[in-house]
Write a protein that binds this ligand. Structure first.
Ligand code: FDA
Length: 310
């Protein structure tokens, strides 16, 4: 409950245009802890550094609140450029996209633009042996995202495209069941948006319990599972679950965010687990950054202290 109050407070304060102005002006150096770079060479450098520790990368071009179809197409083109450059530099083109950024919900030539652009991106990534994960956004977009995910798996296969389920949503267990026939590659997360209590659990204990259920059911069904959390207790439980149920280490991986629990990421990789870090980059970093601050008071403290130092 307190988590929700904190998250709401942070997202409300950071949504204020004056606060955004101050953070943009004074917090840039601090933002670097969570946002690797504003450009493609920078994010590829970060990916190569992780590779030295045996950690893979998920490349995420930031671009929320893109409005016109032209902007969506331009954004999709930037992701295509990213894939090209990653491939050219020997970095696996494993990318994450938000369908809303590439035109989801906008009909162009009788087709949803998000789906059209997702096809372009998945085609390109597949050509280079890469992978595309469709991030999950707030709850009104879940139905359409899962329907489009089904279409895309039908066209490109479950080795080319995956998606995300959020354990704070009441509906996610049913969604997982309904996707089972696809043997889908799914990233399980707790959820990062401010959701109403009509659709989402408010107590952290409920969110965590549902998280474990989602991961365990998905693993037991034999599907590739991306355990995307920094929660050490859950990570230990998943390791134990895999051991007692004979789930091989190449059927799941741990995923974390850039700049968070680097120690744990390295440890897991050293123990022989697959680990991948989600590296967000780009000039549109502000909304991503505020969601990270909303996740834990420790981050807010880190930012405030840093800004006071000037
Ligand atoms: P929880 O919030 O319970 O934290 C567990 C512990 O982890 C904390 O005690 C703290 O120590 C540490 N921790 C967590 N967040 C931290 C932070 N920001 N800074 C420092 N320490 C932190 N969400 C979504 O809605 N849609 C999506 O598509 C994705 N995609 C995604 C990809 C990947 C690879 C990850 C890791 C996460 C996402 N998320 C997401 C975000 C996710 O929903 C969630 O908000 C964060 O992962 C934080 O939750 P935890 O599971 O880490 O647990």
């Amino acid at each position: 409950m307190l988590d929700q109050v904190y998250r709401k407070a942070v997202l409300t304060v950071t949504g204020n245009p004056n606060v955004e102005k101050i953070v943009r002006a004074r917090g840039k150096g601090l933002v670097k802890r969570f946002v690797a770079s504003e450009d493609i060479p920078g994010v590829l450098r970060a990916a190569k550094e992780l590779e030295q520790d045996g950690i893979g990368a998920i490349l995420d071009q930031l671009g929320e609140f893109i409005d016109s179809p032209e902007q969506c197409n331009e954004f999709a083109q930037q992701v295509l450029d990213l894939i090209e450059q990653a491939h050219a530099q020997g970095v696996e083109p494993y990318v994450s996209i938000k369908l809303s950024s590439v035109g989801q919900g906008k009909t162009v030539n009788g087709e949803d633009l998000g789906l059209t652009n997702a096809r372009r991106i998945i085609r390109k990534a597949s050509e280079y042996g890469g992978f595309v994960c469709l991030d999950m956004e707030d709850h009104p977009l879940v139905d359409l995202t899962l329907a489009q995910f089904r279409t895309l798996v039908g066209e490109f296969g479950n080795k080319a495209v995956g998606t995300v389920l959020q354990s704070y949503l009441f509906r996610s267990l049913k969604d997982r069941d309904s996707l089972d026939d696809l043997q889908p590659n799914i990233r399980m997360v707790k959820g990062a948006y401010l959701e109403p209590e009509t659709v989402a659990y408010k107590d952290k204990a409920d969110v965590d319990a549902n998280y474990r259920r989602l991961v365990y059911q998905h693993m037991k069904a034999g599907n590739y599972t991306n355990v995307a959390t920094h929660d050490e207790k859950i990570i230990d439980d998943v390791k134990h679950f895999a051991l007692i149920h004979d789930i091989p280490r190449d059927q799941f991986e741990f995923q974390m965010l850039y700049g968070i629990r680097r120690d744990l990421q390295k440890d897991l990789a050293l123990q022989g687990y697959r680990v991948r870090t989600y590296i967000a980059y780009g000039p549109a970093w502000y909304p991503y950054f505020t969601r990270r601050i909303a996740e834990t008071p420790r981050n807010a403290l880190f930012i405030v202290k840093g800004m006071l130092k000037g």
